[in-house]
Ligand binder design. Structure first.
Ligand SMILES: Nc1nc2c(c(=O)[nH]1)N[C@H]1C(S)=C(S)[C@@H](COP(=O)(O)O)O[C@H]1N2
Ligand SMILES: [Mo]
Length: 544
């Protein structure tokens, strides 16, 4: 092993140890953010539009492993280079570590729940531990034997040491047999990884957390006119039961997940507050309990992501509990006359605890649709990854312009402000495009001759679905599908077409939906960026 590679190994082992220790402490005390997550988070935000548009909007899905491995490799490379540098100039390497400390502190300080002093102490302490470990490894490898001797004490080496170590000792190195270098490095790395693993487990990183049923305050606090509207179970007629059909209401654990947060911010409902301000007459703050003491309602609303490909799974239907956004705005003294085009309250910006923002036309919150300041999903409190304790849900708008999770602030402002994804080149207004999906037949399915139910979901939230047609000949002819009862104009609708598949061959199946205003979805194929994918979902199957 060349001396450079030894130095890299020592540096990398030190880096793993410091990150691991930091992760462990984060697990024990949430006031110290995960430095690793904080750094990765800043990388996401600094990523320029082009890459961010494709890779990052769907971070909830496949891109996390890529990001994490890039970060890990990057950290190891930097640590290795610093270790090589330290052989020539320990001072320069130390300066490099100080810069790293500053970057880590800066990244950590932008995390939502940071406790400043402990965070600085922990970051400096963990880096010092990593540097000490790397230094120890460099000396144990004999690499420091020729360097200036920082801790030589002039005493004779113990007689059990081998020759190399004796030299190292004489030159001021410490007495560790050289052949154990790899073992020691590996040991340091394993300790670091173990610490990181324990830390992750303690902080609940990754795993879903079960959430409790929504509990509304009893007796409605005596306030006049406060109501809590709940919904009956969906009528049987609103569902079509065919194998492969998604449930009409998406179970919470299957609800799609998209956000830019590597780990869901863990907010405390007892200290949470929503501030409503900007261009409003009566800015105010409201606590979780006071929000739940307002009139509440359950609403069925289909939420979808602008990144959803035609036929994709980034769409789900939830039964949300919340307060009407229009009621909250009324509290702030906002009326429809105040929010028109060009007004200082034209845009409603939602800000989350992690600094993410969304924004849409304020008038959409006041036009009668059931836009919610939501605290419940499917009867339970919001799970952490879906925005606990409170989020926005606006029927008819893609999530990126409206559905702020971990909501802490509503700000009325003019149309000039560009929210998070607008800054990254997605369109300013995000109305959900009419879409439909074939769920009961998948690409490459081998079907048996006979009746084949071609079914799935169609959605045009807030406009509703009036018609779904299915083609089995690549769009040449279209057949009327049977629609289940519309649960709500804001939700998707089940459909099925019973296809009489009586001759063998290859078939191209397609579906298209018409919204409640009589507008049929466009056949033009466009990608998700910048305003949502269009085109007909197409499935190729064989009848045997
Ligand atoms: N704070 C925050 N809220 C957010 C996002 C985010 O990245 N951060 N992503 C939005 C996007 S793009 C979508 S599609 C929806 C997804 O909500 P879900 O994960 O609960 O399905 O959340 C929205 N709310
Ligand atoms: Mo999204």
């Amino acid at each position: 092993m060349g001396s450079k590679w030894k130095a890299v190994t020592a540096g990398a082992a030190g880096a793993v140890l410091s990150f691991g220790l930091a992760e462990l402490i984060h697990g024990l005390y949430a006031g110290v953010p995960s430095v690793f997550v904080a750094l990765s988070q800043r990388v996401i935000e600094l990523t320029p539009g082009g890459f961010a548009t494709r890779a990052i909007e769907t971070l909830g899905q496949a891109d996390i492993p890529v990001l994490i491995s890039t970060m890990v490799i990057g950290a190891l490379v930097v640590a290795g280079l610093l270790a090589i540098l330290s052989l020539r100039s320990p001072i320069a390497a130390l300066a490099g570590v100080v810069v790293l400390a500053a970057i880590a502190v800066a990244a950590a300080f932008t995390e939502p729940l940071v406790a400043p002093v402990p965070t600085v102490v922990v970051i400096v302490g963990c880096l010092a531990a990593g540097v000490a470990a790397a230094e120890f490894l460099l000396r144990s490898s004999g690499l420091r034997a020729t360097a200036a001797a920082p801790v030589g004490d002039g005493t004779p080496p113990p007689p059990t040491m081998d020759v190399r170590s004796r030299e190292a000792h004489a030159a001021g190195g410490i007495a560790v047999p050289r052949r154990n270098f790899l073992l020691l490095s590996g040991g340091a790395a394993v300790m670091g990884l173990a610490a990181a693993g324990v830390g992750r487990a303690l902080s609940g990183g990754g795993g879903q957390v079960a959430s409790a049923p929504v509990k509304l305050p009893q007796g409605s606090g005596g306030a006049a006119g406060v109501t809590h509207r709940t919904l009956p179970p969906p009528p049987a007629a609103a569902s079509i039961e065919v194998k492969g059909m998604p449930p009409l209401i998406t179970p919470t654990e299957d609800f799609y997940l998209i956000d830019t947060a590597l780990t869901a911010p863990r907010l405390d409902a007892n200290t949470w507050k929503l501030s409503v301000g900007g261009a409003v007459q009566n800015p105010f703050e409201i606590s979780y309990n006071d929000l739940l003491s307002m009139s509440t309602r359950e609403s069925d609303i289909t939420l979808s992501c602008v990144s959803n490909e035609v036929g994709g799974g980034l769409v789900s239907n939830g039964r949300w509990t919340g307060v009407l956004l229009s009621d909250v705005l009324k509290e702030a003294g906002v009326s429809p006359g105040d929010v028109g085009r060009g007004s200082p309250a034209e845009q409603l910006v939602g800000r989350s605890a992690d600094g993410w923002t969304s924004g849409f036309k304020t008038e959409l919150a006041l036009d009668g649709r059931e836009a919610l300041v939501a605290f419940g999903l499917n009867g339970n409190e919001l799970p952490p990854n879906h925005g606990y304790p409170v989020r926005l849900v606006v029927p008819g708008l893609y999530g990126y312009v409206s559905a702020t999770k971990w909501l802490t602030e509503l700000e009325l402002t003019d149309w000039d402000f560009d929210a998070y994804w607008i800054q990254r080149t997605w369109t300013k207004e995000g109305p959900v495009k009419t879409q439909s999906r074939i769920d009961t037949v998948k690409d490459d399915d081998q079907l048996e001759r006979g009746t084949v139910p071609i079914g799935g979901v169609a959605w045009a939230p807030h406009r509703g679905i009036s018609r779904v047609e299915v083609s089995t000949d690549d769009g040449e002819t279209w057949n009327e599908a049977r629609l289940a009862a519309q649960l709500d104009e804001d939700t998707w609708r089940h459909y099925v077409y019973d296809w009489d598949a009586n001759s063998a061959g290859e078939y191209t199946l397609q579906v298209r939906a018409t919204d409640g205003e009589g507008e049929t979805q466009t056949a033009e194929v466009t990608p998700p960026h910048p305003s949502g994918a269009t085109g007909y979902h197409t499935v190729k199957a064989t009848v045997a």
